[in-house]
Ligand binder design. Structure first.
Ligand code: PMP
Length: 441
């Protein structure tokens, strides 16, 4: 590929979640993006099969977001995040509550998904302490879960490759994942969710509810390769958390704002948690931003402290909390999602998406599972030489060469095209992927 970078420039950047040695041999450099396509430094158009990193459901370079950002830079580029406010943060907080389940109406702003998870977990501990239950400090996550790159996120996360290098994290236990043998190729939600959720009772029995602050799960696991909750699973987690006085946190960094064909995963799966973390799609990925929605009772617990006015209710926040440019981008992004009816569009196209991705099964016996929900799909590829990631990596690279960006992670290929994707684009993506998988050996 042609590009103008020197080896020294390439070497200077320690790239995130990237095989740096492999990348720097033949760098894939993006120069621009518009609509559902990137352009690379060879001038090739590349279909964005993962909406950035599950961020850009509206596609790239949306004129309304661009304009909102340009105006905001000129008007108020930054304001201190602490002790000052600016109007857009309040407008945005209220706008976000319109997308959240009823009752989750207090919004804390962060700079990323990882910070949102950190915020949710810290607030969960502080909440129990405020209520006189300070022993409730441990967390329960789930195998194959991804909750960001922070120390708290990797502790509750359950992807082994993200954990092993880092030693001891926060004290956390893990539910089994819900990718159950026998449920391969089930479209949408598999059966027997309630039984899987009962594993939470075992963990509570082992560690005692008086020590557990919260359970955190992605309603649909994204990074592990689109693992859809089986029927009744999230409902049963909710019941058990209620019975044992444990907060339930949904990490909706991927699932909030339309990916599921619903406002949130909570809405799609009909379960209301106590806390929802979000990021990515809130600004369409244009400016980094995260947020956490809390149910009002959690917020009120901190406001009822009876201390003097100058006392903080909770010493927590970030220099970039409610950054004005991010707020402007988010207001425009959420307006566009509404105006273009994109949640309804994803919902109505989700069954043709399902049919298209499940056609891949015919492409190769190497495909051992296909999962889907909303506008997302995970395709499991059989390992080669005992290495689960090898073939998915080769497939993703070959797809790039053909003009399609898809993500490989662990043993899967992940797809999450923009909400604006046309059926013809889905067809060509799936055809190219089927061909590419066939060509592997
Ligand atoms: N939680 C989930 C469910 C995620 O998918 C991600 C990012 N993929 C994160 C948290 C972390 O977000 P960020 O990379 O913005 O810190």
């Amino acid at each position: 590929m042609s590009h103008r970078l020197t080896q020294a420039q390439l070497d200077a950047h320690w790239m995130a979640y990237t095989g740096n040695r492999q990348f720097k041999k033949d760098p894939r450099i993006i120069t621009s993006a518009a609509g559902n396509y990137y352009t690379d430094s060879d001038g090739r158009k590349i279909f964005d099969g993962l909406s950035g990193l599950w961020t850009c459901g509206l596609g790239h370079s949306n004129p309304a977001i661009n304009e909102a950002v340009a105006q905001q830079v000129k008007t108020l580029d930054y304001s201190p995040a602490f002790q000052f406010g600016h109007e857009k943060s309040f407008l945005l907080a209220e706008r976000i509550t319109e997308f959240m389940p009823k009752g989750l109406n207090r919004i804390f702003f962060t700079g990323s998904g990882s910070e949102s998870v950190d915020t949710a977990l810290k607030v969960a501990r502080a909440y129990w302490r405020k209520k006189g239950m300070g022993t409730k400090t441990k967390f329960i996550g789930r195998a194959k879960g991804y909750h960001g790159a922070g120390i708290s996120g990797f502790s509750v996360g359950g992807i082994p490759a993200n954990r092993t290098l880092y030693g001891q994290g926060l004290e956390s236990y893990h539910l089994p994942h819900t990718q159950v043998p026998g449920s391969e190729f089930s479209k949408g939600m598999a059966e027997q969710g309630k039984e899987r959720a009962d594993d939470l009772l075992n963990l509570i029995m082992m560690h005692d509810a008086s020590n557990i602050a919260a359970v955190i799960v992605e309603p649909m696991s994204g990074s592990a390769g689109v693992i859809v909750p089986p029927k009744g699973y999230l409902q049963r987690l909710r019941e058990i958390c209620d019975q044992h006085n444990i907060l339930l946190i949904f990490d909706e960094v991927i699932t909030a704002f339309g990916r599921m064909g619903a406002k949130t995963g909570a809405e799609a799966f009909g379960v209301t948690p106590d806390v929802i973390t979000m990021a990515k799609q809130v600004t369409n990925g244009v400016i980094p931003m995260g947020a956490v929605a809390f149910k009002q009772e959690i917020y009120d617990t901190f406001m009822d402290n009876g201390g003097p006015d100058y006392m903080l209710e909770i010493p927590h926040g970030y220099t970039y909390s409610a950054h004005p440019i991010a707020c402007a981008a988010a207001l425009a992004s959420l307006d566009e999602i509404k105006k273009q009816g994109l949640i309804e569009r994803v919902n109505s196209m989700s069954s043709s998406w399902e049919n298209s991705v499940h056609q891949l099964k015919e492409a190769s016996p190497m495909i051992t599972d296909i999962r889907n929900y909303g506008f997302a799909a995970g395709i499991t590829i059989a390992p080669i030489d005992g290495e689960p990631a090898k073939r998915p990596f080769q497939i993703a690279m070959a797809m790039w060469d053909k003009g399609y960006y898809v993500r490989y992670g662990a043993d899967t290929i992940q797809l999450a095209p923009p909400f604006t994707t046309e059926q013809s684009e889905i067809d060509s993506l799936i055809n190219a992927l089927g061909e590419t998988i066939k060509q592997q050996n």
